[in-house]
Design a protein around this ligand. Structure first.
Ligand code: B4P
Length: 186
């Protein structure tokens, strides 16, 4: 099964994708993790992307599209994939649709995790203390949330029009969100 987990920063996309990967064997494809690996590896790409990410901005479409392409075409995604944080623009959504089609696959389910802004702020503050991620600052979070409002207004209707969208209350415990997710993907 090929699933998209969609939601604002801190909604729990990464948290839930890891659980789904373990339980169902679908491959978690997190563009955020891929970009952070470039940054920590101090590659040329990573050095350029760090500035954009630390400010909370989106990196250019062509970069994340090419990153995802490598994985979509690999055997790791034989059982399916969980797209975590991708697509974030209609251009990314179109590219994903085309690359899946070339492999005889398609997105089957787009799950939007909905969480109140106050709860998101609390989670990001907690993660900032625990992990010290450079983009978990108050200023970067405001930019990320503002951008989310903008791009979700484009991307969600794209999938709603295809009848693929489901809404899930992400403002519950990790276990309760997982239970609800299982019902959607089983
Ligand atoms: P991401 O890595 O996707 O960052 P995120 O939105 O913060 O992650 P997520 O929602 O997965 O949060 P998590 O589960 O960790 O992107 C980072 C940056 O990369 C972007 O700002 C952008 O610059 C760039 N980027 C990535 N993809 C891109 C794309 N496609 N196009 C352009 N740019 C792109 O949860 C957050 C915290 O909450 C965790 O600490 C977790 O423990 C906690 N939590 C989770 N679920 C919880 C729950 N139910 N209750 C309480 N706490 C919970």
């Amino acid at each position: 099964m090929n699933i998209i987990l969609f939601g604002p920063p801190g909604a729990g996309k990464g948290t839930q994708a890891k659980i789904l990967e373990k339980e169902y064997g679908f491959k978690q494809l997190s563009t955020g993790d891929m970009l952070r690996a470039e940054v920590s590896g101090q590659t040329e790409l990573g050095k350029k992307m760090k500035v954009i990410m630390d400010q909370g901005n989106l990196v250019p479409d062509e970069i994340v599209i090419e990153m995802i392409r490598t994985y979509v075409e690999s055997d790791d995604c034989e059982k399916g994939a969980i797209f975590d944080g991708f697509p974030r623009t209609v251009a990314q959504a179109d590219a994903l649709s085309s690359m899946l089609k070339e492999c005889g696959k398609a997105i089957e389910c787009v799950i939007e995790l909905q969480v109140e802004d106050d709860a998101l702020v609390g989670r990001i503050e907690k993660r900032a203390e625990e992990e010290g991620r450079d983009d978990d600052t108050v200023d970067a979070f405001k930019v990320r949330l503002g951008l989310y409002r903008d791009y979700s207004a484009d991307v969600l209707p794209y999938y709603k029009a295809k009848g693929l969208h489901s809404l899930l209350d992400g403002d519950q415990s990790v276990e309760d969100v997982s239970k609800a997710l299982r019902l959607l993907v089983s």
